[in-house]
Design a protein around this ligand. Structure first.
Ligand code: 5GP
Ligand code: MN
Length: 341
């Protein structure tokens, strides 16, 4: 597969050319595989299913394969149970569409490189691993890009398709909190609501679907919150013992990281989830100009300015200290930008 560096910014006509190339490639192919990143989020699942429904409406054979299952709050949405969970892509396909992945290894699915790869992504630093690559760092969600493709394909904007695009946008903007939002985000959302999306119903389905165990686990984790950098930085941590004693499932911490940011003074949050005594999943969120993506990249991860993650090896005190050093710097830089603006 050709390895090119995808430009970080593109002109409107470059975007239009990429969309047209992807449209033509999809229209001329029949059997299409769609994959996204491991531990898929709302944008992965929403983008994949919107694309799948649109291609099916055009008579294509479509299969979605992900390394991990969709998060439980998304299970209620149409088509989610049809997603295959596998570590390897099997079978014959005329193209594989990879959504939301800055490089192919992010899928965690082996064997994708055998296919004609179409790479559609909005994460800065996309490696351009596809035969066709479309990167749009200005898209608040990959689902916005999928919306553009669906339009170019002239596929019908059914309520299922519109709902999946909306799920992608709603979740990837942190419920319309992040600085990635543009006028176009609302333009697309207007079209989605016109197509029949019911925003309060989608929001209830995603955000008001807690189990009591999950709520208690949130309580346990949040009551051990630590504040650093004069109260600007919140540090939260979960391990399996904490999850078990609260009666929650270990996966139940999805979404917890967003809560500390509801405190006015807190500008950034880091969440450490223990994989084992020497390995941690690190999630970070921030407000405004504080760039946690730069921090995640320093540790081999990635994401967006206000929402990023990485996996870091080492004992907890050492991992915590390393992350905090970078985060305090990122907060300082962000505050400097904010004051200059
Ligand atoms: P989360 O904290 O919800 O796991 O991830 C937030 C954002 O950071 C998502 O856009 C996700 O794709 C990205 N992200 C999380 N972990 C990693 C990682 O290990 N590598 C890269 N490249 N991106 C990540
Ligand atoms: Mn996304």
């Amino acid at each position: 597969m050709p390895q090119t560096t995808v430009p970080t910014t593109s002109t409107t006509s470059e975007h239009a050319e990429n969309i047209a190339r992807i449209r033509d490639a999809l229209l001329s192919r029949q059997r299409i595989l769609i994959s996204s990143h491991a531990r898929p989020d709302g944008d992965s699942i929403g983008s994949q299913l919107a694309m799948a429904y649109a291609l099916k409406a055009l008579g294509k054979d479509v299969t979605i394969v992900n390394k991990d299952a969709a998060p439980p709050p998304l299970m209620a949405f149409p088509g989610v149970p049809t997603i295959l969970v596998a570590e390897r892509a099997e079978g014959e396909y005329d193209a594989a569409v990879v959504l939301e992945c800055s490089d192919l290894t992010r899928t965690g699915v082996e064997g994708l490189d055998r296919y004609f790869l179409i790479n559609i992504d909005h994460h800065p630093g996309n490696a351009g691993f596809g035969a066709l690559n479309w990167f749009n760092g200005d898209a608040a969600a990959c689902a916005e890009m999928v919306f553009d493709i669906i339009e170019a394909l002239d596929a019908p904007l059914t309520v299922e398709i519109a709902t999946h695009v909306y799920v992608g946008i709603l979740t990837d903007t942190g419920s319309f909190h992040y600085s990635s939002i543009t006028p176009r985000t609302f333009d697309i959302c207007r079209r989605l609501v016109e197509a029949g999306v019911d925003p309060p119903k989608v929001a209830r389905s995603i955000f008001d679907s807690n189990s009591l165990g999950r709520l208690k686990l949130f309580g346990a984790v949040l009551s051990s919150i630590e504040l650093e950098d004069g109260g600007r930085l919140a540090v939260v941590r979960v391990d399996r013992a904490m999850a078990a004693s609260a009666g929650g499932n270990y996966e139940d911490t999805e979404g917890l990281i967003n809560l500390p940011l509801t405190v006015r003074e807190i500008q950034a949050v880091v969440f450490f989830k223990e994989i084992d005594a020497r390995e941690f999943r690190v999630s970070m969120r921030s407000k405004g100009d504080i760039d946690v993506c730069a921090v995640a990249k320093h540790f081999g991860g990635g994401g967006h300015k206000n929402a990023s993650g990485c996996t870091v090896r080492g004992a907890y005190p050492e991992v915590r200290a390393r992350l905090l050093r970078d985060l305090v710097e990122a907060i300082q830089r962000g505050r400097a930008v904010g004051q200059g603006a």
